[in-house]
Write a protein that binds this ligand. Structure first.
Ligand code: URA
Length: 431
């Protein structure tokens, strides 16, 4: 098969066949297709797009480039969730045990902090002793035993995606919906679940800034997952401000525990209940999402979800005492308050900027520094809150002294106006 011809067809706006797409992906992974050829095809896709079928063939080829987890020995419908990434997104820490506590098995592969967004693996590793590097055997046997497990995705999960993503990053072809769909979904399919809930975020702190782009991505994810024979739904959730108050690792775990205890910030609670409701519905334990909502709220208020979280932490070597005694989580050496010096209502929060600053403080992978479990930001004032001079907007935390330049940048991230409405967390559903 001539790679030249595969590229030429896409450049001319023709369809590629499944064999051509497979040839390209497997050839690129083993080095028979050169980066120049792959880059030309990616650029052609960026301009010409892919049909739904082509997107699925690409996704399948990428998923099959590595190991595909076989969850068939676990009873029940295995449901997974995926977030396109945000600032303060601790939803997985709540929904995995919550959904598992209703006997819907959740085998979750997760990632680490990237750019301005945090990673669930880094967050959970802030719990003393907690291990996210589980072998496939440990992972599956834990799901059979307690109903859930969260492990970091290994290098052999969709290796084609890693190679292709790196090339897209160098050739300005990241922002193509079919390429994003195949990248996300290939990793999800390799995780082996039967059904997916996608949390597609929009706004300043999201990968997709505009709601209409997030909707297009969500529709693409749901359509392609269905072509793969999976059940799938998506929610569109706002990242116009950080989710909840906490941005970082240990601070986010502490906030997730509050939600599991039945309280916590309203936006986090609402998003967790909505996603759990959909997972419970896809998992077949309720007949509709409304029933799923009631069930999710009951699992939170009864302490059933919290008990499952204790089991999850203990099963992965973590100290479950952190649930009742959060001071056992690592504490920062340095804390600095960011204080308002004017009056007004917060109309906007530069969310992406706060995510980057949290990373710079040590919560993410900036430069060569290791992720620090204690670093982060606690955002005390949100959009729509009225603020007087002297009130604390946010608290910065780090294991190292925090310089004044960072404090000034955080202060500037809060934009004041005359009046501001609290933005809703949810903007739609796609089925
Ligand atoms: N996230 C992914 O995993 N892949 C993309 O292409 C974009 C965002």
């Amino acid at each position: 098969m001539l790679v030249y011809e595969i590229i030429r067809k896409k450049l001319d706006g023709e369809r590629n066949t499944p064999e051509e797409i497979r040839h390209l992906v497997t050839g690129f992974v083993c080095g028979e297709v050169s980066p120049e050829q792959m880059a030309a095809w990616l650029a052609a896709v960026y301009i010409r797009g892919l049909s739904d079928e082509e997107t699925w063939w690409l996704t399948e080829a990428m998923a099959k480039s590595g190991r595909i987890m076989d969850l068939s020995t676990i009873d029940g419908i295995k449901v997974d969730k995926h977030s396109t990434g945000g600032v303060g997104d601790k939803v997985s820490i709540v929904v995995v045990p919550l959904v598992a506590s209703a006997d819907v098995p959740v085998a979750k592969l997760t990632g680490r902090a990237l750019g301005h967004t945090g990673g669930t693996a880094d967050k959970l590793e802030s719990i003393p002793g907690m291990r996210l590097n589980l072998s496939e055997e440990e992972f599956i046997s834990q799901v059979k035993r307690i109903g859930c497990a969260i492990a970091v995705a290994t290098e052999d999960i969709a290796p084609a995606d890693k190679k292709i993503y790196a090339l897209r990053d160098k050739t300005a072809t990241i922002a193509s919906v079919p390429l994003i769909v195949s990248s996300i979904l290939s990793k999800k399919l390799a995780g082996g679940a039967d059904a997916f809930v996608f949390d597609v975020k929009f706004g300043d702190g999201a990968f997709m800034r505009r709601l209409e782009d997030a909707r297009t991505l969500a529709e693409g994810l749901v359509r392609t997952a269905k072509l793969a024979g999976k059940k799938a739904v998506a929610v569109l959730s706002s990242m116009e401000q950080p989710l909840g108050h906490a941005i970082g690792n240990a601070v986010e775990v502490a906030e997730a525990i509050e939600v599991l205890k039945g309280s916590g910030p309203e936006d986090v609670r609402e998003l967790c209940i909505t996603i759990s409701a959909l997972m419970l519905w896809l998992g077949g334990v309720v007949t509709n999402p409304d029933e799923g909502r009631s069930k999710a709220m009951e699992l939170l208020s009864s302490g059933t979800a919290l008990e499952k979280f204790r089991q999850l932490v203990a099963a992965q070597g973590g100290d479950p005492k952190i649930v009742d005694e959060p001071f056992r989580l690592p504490q920062p050496l340095h804390k600095v308050e960011v204080v308002a010096d004017s009056t007004g209502t917060i109309v906007r929060i530069a969310t992406r900027q706060l995510g980057l600053i949290a990373g710079q403080l040590g919560a993410g992978r900036m430069g060569l520094k290791e992720v620090n479990p204690t670093a982060g930001i606690v955002v005390l004032k949100k959009v729509g809150d009225h603020v007087n001079p002297g009130e604390v907007l946010a608290i910065l935390q780090s294991s190292e002294p925090i310089d004044g330049e960072i404090v000034a940048k955080v202060k500037a991230s809060f934009v004041f106006g005359e009046s501001g409405e609290k933005p809703p967390i949810l903007a739609g559903f796609i089925q």
